[in-house]
Design a protein around this ligand. Structure first.
Ligand code: NAD
Ligand code: UDX
Length: 479
């Protein structure tokens, strides 16, 4: 089975970069990425792509119009494709059965119905979205119940492991590609066809094949493990702050054990992003449905602890500012959920901002890549406030860190953007209210240097000297 044409349903953070890299690495394959959002497709066809991802612009520029196309003509793209990726969103349900935990599969179902309606020849349908175990069965049921004469389908699971901010490198140098399929001769042929696509650039030893259900569960398991590491190190960050130990030193020592490894042990204000919380909640719901309450409770704690960490950090900010932030100007540096992305989904900065706004603070926010409208959208969302007009009055978005901190009582660093490490903190100290406070939620700044300038500094997982005391003003020689 040779794949000449690929269609991808969903031109989001996964569909866009994944298919751009496939097109780049497989010049013999025509790749069309479709979305039902005309606006999103127009952006993919413009000079300003809808997502910021290092290296993506270059890949798209090289392939767009040659073998990479972004289109709203879903019908034609489905009809001509040999293989269709379903890369639509699978958010947590907000209403009905399983609300707040179960994955909402309405977009998956919608995509499957579109394929069933439009396909006139055999298709390999590949689940790229993250889904609950057995979701492939739903796709299969819809497709096979609506099959036109002479059309056959094979369903594969091929979860995506890219992380935002490093998507292109992750895709180009994948540690592993996972492909699950049915254990039948036709199923295995389809698996081999998808392997052939990836083998254009991924060494065969990095391509793992398995059955469909193991593949689906492996994706949830991988995200659950990663998030669990962050909650584990964050729990120890609280112990460090209470005892005088330093969480970075603990992580360094623990990570030297090759069974544990050094990666993903950065204590922080909590994990964000569209995947971790959603996928663990999905696993929790699955466990409950399978009558495994102890398993559900185990994973629930990873999410609950993350909420605790975000709140713990914000409480520290408020307590340090004499237990009131009412009418105080607070600079928020960084609003995306991690550096090198403009994505704000589940960003810890939202939780921090919400609590400070609820306490009456005036927020001055700067992020190098998040659009102004996106910050307003997140902070005026009904889940965040029922007084959007009040929130609008109390936030101001800045286009530089320096203007955001001018006149601020405190600087709260929420995202680890590299440019924040390069800021001139003497200049910042001069323009801030005194005593001037810095809360480094990402442990990226030089705390000793900041204390020497005159700041009161607090961070995660480390007790800093003179953090609680108010230093005599005017004791510094300012530039
Ligand atoms: P996204 O919201 O950025 O993109 C999804 C796109 O699908 C949207 O543009 C939407 O308009 C489109 N869509 C929905 N139904 C459609 C249909 N029937 N036809 C055409 N387009 C349709 O979502 P995302 O971040 O790209 O995530 C997609 C999936 O991949 C999710 O299941 C997610 O859990 C998973 N995933 C995401 C990441 C990540 O880093 N964002 C990483 C790995 C896996
Ligand atoms: C994650 C998975 O890493 C990826 O494999 C999967 O496909 C999608 O979900 P992503 O959410 O894009 O990727 O970014 P990731 O680098 O995992 O970071 C998630 C959150 O955890 C961020 O808020 C990040 O700041 C935080 N984090 C990460 C920490 O707090 N400490 C760490 O050590 C690592």
């Amino acid at each position: 089975m040779v794949i000449e044409k690929i269609c991808c349903l969903g031109a989001g953070y996964v569909g866009g970069p994944t298919c751009s890299v496939i097109a780049w690495k497989c010049p013999d394959i025509k790749v069309t990425v479709c979305d039902k959002s005309i606006e999103r497709i127009n952006q993919w066809n413009s000079d300003k792509l809808p997502i910021y991802e290092p290296g993506l612009d270059e890949v798209v520029k090289e392939c767009r119009g040659k073998n990479l196309f972004f289109s709203t003509d879903i019908a034609n793209s489905i009809q001509e494709a040999d293989l269709i990726f379903i890369s639509v969103n699978t958010p947590t349900k907000t209403i009905g059965n399983g609300k707040g935990r179960a994955a909402d599969l309405k977009y998956i179902e919608g995509a499957a119905r579109m394929i069933a309606d439009l396909a006139t020849s055999n298709k390999i349908v590949v689940e790229k979205s993250t889904v609950p175990v057995k979701a492939a069965e739903i796709i299969m049921k819809i497709l096979r119940a609506n099959t036109k004469p002479g059309v056959e389908y094979q369903i594969l699971s091929n979860p995506e492991f890219l992380a935002e901010g490093t998507a292109i490198v992750d895709l180009v140098e994948s540690e592993r590609v996972l492909i699950g399929g049915e254990d039948t001769p036709e199923g295995q042929k389809a698996v081999q066809a998808l392997c052939w696509v990836y083998e254009h650039w991924i060494p065969a030893k990095n391509i793992l094949t398995t059955n469909t259900w193991s593949s689906e569960l492996s994706k949830l398991a991988a995200n659950a493990f990663l998030a669990q590491r962050i909650s584990s190190i964050n729990s120890l960050s609280a112990v460090c702050e209470a005892t005088g130990a330093d969480v970075s030193e603990v992580a360094r020592a623990v990570g030297r054990d090759s069974r544990i490894g050094p990666k993903f042990l950065e204590a922080s204000i909590g994990f964000g992003g569209s995947c971790f919380q959603k996928d663990i909640l999905n696993l929790i719901y699955l466990s409950e449905c399978l009558n495994l309450p102890e398993v559900a409770a185990y994973w629930q704690q990873v999410v609950s602890f993350n909420d605790y960490q975000k709140n713990r950090f914000t409480r520290k900010v408020i307590e340090s500012l004499f237990n009131t932030v009412s009418d105080k100007k607070i600079a928020i540096l960084g609003f995306s959920f991690k550096k090198n992305t403009g994505d704000t989904r589940e960003s810890p900065a939202i939780c921090v901002s919400k609590t400070l706004l609820d306490e009456g603070a005036k927020l001055h926010i700067y992020d190098p890549k998040v659009e102004t409208d996106q910050i307003y959208y997140e902070l005026t969302h009904p889940q965040v406030t029922n007084e959007p007009e009040v929130v609008r009055k109390n936030i101001e978005i800045h286009n530089s860190a320096y203007s955001a901190v001018t006149g601020a009582h405190a600087l709260v660093l929420c995202t680890e953007w590299d440019e924040f490490k390069e800021l001139d903190f003497k200049k910042i100290y001069n323009v801030m209210m005194k005593p001037a406070y810095i809360f480094d939620g990402r442990k990226i700044l030089d705390h000793e240097a900041l204390i020497n300038i005159g700041f009161h500094v607090q961070t995660i997982g480390k007790r800093l000297s003179r953090t609680g005391s108010i230093r005599a003003q005017g004791s510094q020689t300012l530039p």
